[in-house]
Design a protein around this ligand. Structure first.
Ligand code: NI
Length: 135
């Protein structure tokens, strides 16, 4: 019997979407306000889900305290209140779109989750815009 368990988390971060090798006009056309050279912030909402068999001895798919601590150490401490472009090494040469942030978060968590369990990351950049990555 496979069950999906989820933990919700939150972080604030600033970013700018642009490509250095494009003209200002092209960056404005593609990225709009997200190309503001002075950066802007988002209140990101994150839902991390782990799917697997229930351990018959504990009744858990995964101890949620462990998942909570993992999100705190791997995601919140790395991204919360950071300028993603300037302060987070993964985005040195990677545009910090919601898509890319979700993939980075998934990669940070994957090695800490048991191999026989599936990991899914849902990232809300705004209440209406969200992306999903599951590897
Ligand atoms: Ni933005």
């Amino acid at each position: 019997m496979s069950v999906k368990v989820s933990r919700r988390a939150h972080f604030n971060a600033a970013h700018r979407l642009y490509k250095a090798d494009w003209s200002n006009e092209k960056n404005d056309a593609v990225f709009g306000k997200c190309n503001n050279p002075n950066f802007h912030g988002h209140n990101y909402e994150l839902i991390v889900s782990v799917t697997g068999e229930i351990d018959p001895s504990t009744g858990f798919v995964m101890d949620m305290k462990v998942l909570k601590d993992l999100i705190k150490s791997e995601v919140e401490e790395a991204l919360d209140h950071k300028n993603l472009n300037l302060e987070v090494p993964e985005f040195k040469d990677l545009n910090p779109t919601a898509e890319n942030i979700a993939v980075v978060i998934w990669n940070k968590l994957r090695s800490h989750i048991e191999k026989n369990k599936d990991l899914e990351v849902v990232l809300y950049e705004t209440p209406r815009n969200f992306v999903t990555y599951s590897g």
